[in-house]
Design a protein around this ligand. Structure first.
Ligand SMILES: [Fe+2]
Length: 280
């Protein structure tokens, strides 16, 4: 049967993709960030899954004000990098896993999570930057990816509790897929950042650190953090962190931290990532 072996929470800052694409990773501003991912890249290479369920948000690339799915799952064979205004990133196409994705769609929808099913979509930095941070610049991505897009751009985003419950439903879906697959779930976005208004540039290291602390262990207290707390403590874009709760919910009752990294600043944003494994 398929099994979830690990979860990764990871920022998806677009400037990290640009730094990689333009070979700036050894410049003094970017080097600490990319160095901070080195041990994680090694861990990921040694624990390479067959499939990554990659939870991210689209930034007005595939969706706009005409259609705003709260939760959307990609069931396609492949996805091209989106043109976000400067041409598509020069990174490989992303290959999906339609059999597992359709199985997940069926399990989730019949389990009362009304997913939007996507059969054609370009994927933006929310999805491709985490792949870059974990795999560098390969000729082809070494894993299949099931994109799972969450609306955190237009109010109202889903609650943290709903996201955690979706993670639990994803765990049931994966566990009932008969093929022997190693699956990781990545939750991306965040950490504290605000891109506009009088509080632009807001970073809250203390809150971010406490959030990372609370992901491991057996407590599910994070599912009850209200939107207003993300807004107040982590800035208007910090709400992206509810997507990490889908990852955490998918790991089951308890999770163990294997590694974390936190760095400020990178493009006016706190960069954080964490590797978790389920405690069985
Ligand atoms: Fe984002």
């Amino acid at each position: 049967m398929a099994r979830i072996t690990a979860g990764i929470g990871c920022s998806h800052i677009p400037a990290l993709g640009v730094a990689s694409d333009l070979d700036k990773v050894d410049e003094p501003y970017w080097k600490p960030v990319f160095d901070g991912f080195a041990a994680t890249r090694e861990w990921e290479a040694a624990n390479l899954p067959d499939v990554v369920v990659l939870i991210y948000n689209d930034h007005a690339s595939a969706f706009d004000m005409k259609i705003i799915p709260t939760f959307a799952i990609g069931c396609a064979e492949s996805y091209k990098p989106a043109d976000e205004g400067w041409g598509p990133r020069n990174v490989p196409d992303v290959h999906g896993h339609p059999d597992l994705a359709w199985h997940m769609a069926q399990s989730l929808i019949l389990g009362e999570f009304d997913m939007t099913i996507i059969n054609e979509m370009d994927v933006d930095h929310g999805l491709t930057v985490p792949l870059t941070m974990m795999f560098g610049k390969p000729a082809a991505w070494p894993v299949k990816v099931i994109p799972l897009a969450v609306n955190v751009v237009t109010y109202p985003p889903p609650s943290g509790n709903r996201c955690w419950a979706l993670g639990e439903a994803i765990a049931r879906a994966v566990a009932s897929f008969p093929e022997d697959l190693n699956v990781q779930v990545w939750g991306t976005g965040g950490m504290s950042h605000q891109l506009q208004g009088p509080r632009a540039g807001l970073i809250n290291r203390e809150w971010d650190t406490a959030f990372l602390d609370r992901l491991s262990g057996g407590s599910d207290e994070l599912r009850r953090v209200p939107h207003i707390e993300y807004l107040r403590e982590t800035g208007s874009e910090g709400i992206e962190m509810v997507m990490w709760l889908i990852m955490r919910g998918a790991l089951g009752q308890a999770a163990r931290e294997l590694r974390r990294f936190y760095h400020v600043p990178a493009s006016n944003t706190a960069v954080g990532h964490i590797i978790l494994e389920p405690v069985t």
